[in-house]
Design a protein around this ligand. Structure first.
Ligand code: FES
Length: 139
């Protein structure tokens, strides 16, 4: 059976024009990993200079491996896409590996991010680092 091609909306076209990658656009449409995680071991939070907010919640096993990660954001498309990216990227990684990630890794993961949205990726990184710090403090 042939698969139906994904519907390309006006929003998709606009996002593409603004410099978002196809992967980023898909994450934004799905709101990938944008949810609460009631069983989370820790929740990191960060407020950006722009006034936008992001949290990253983690589930970590006894070996320090991140087994689940979600985010919540009150912010722009760049923030939501970065939140989706970081939560995808860190699943299965150790806390030590996750700590080393930065906004350039998010951009690499996505393929592209508009230049003026790099700070949004930094917001996701800071929320992640806050979560890791809190987790290490409570251990
Ligand atoms: S403009 Fe504030 S996080 Fe994107």
């Amino acid at each position: 059976m042939a698969t139906k091609p994904a519907e390309v909306t006006k929003q998709d076209e606009l996002m593409k024009k603004l410099g978002y990658s196809q992967k980023g656009i898909e994450y934004f449409k799905k709101k990938l990993n944008f949810k609460e995680l009631p069983s989370a071991d820790v929740k990191g939070e960060q407020l950006g200079h722009c006034g936008d907010y992001m949290s990253v919640s983690l589930k970590v096993d006894d070996n320090g491996i991140i087994t689940d990660a979600v985010f919540e954001a009150l912010g722009c498309a760049g923030a939501c896409i970065s939140g989706s990216s970081i939560t995808v990227m860190i699943k299965g990684k150790t806390l030590e590996e996750a700590k080393k990630l930065d906004e350039n890794d998010i951009i690499k993961h996505l393929g592209a991010l508009p230049q003026n949205k790099v700070e949004c990726a930094q917001l996701a990184i800071k929320a992640l680092r806050d979560a890791i710090e809190k987790y290490e403090e409570q251990k």
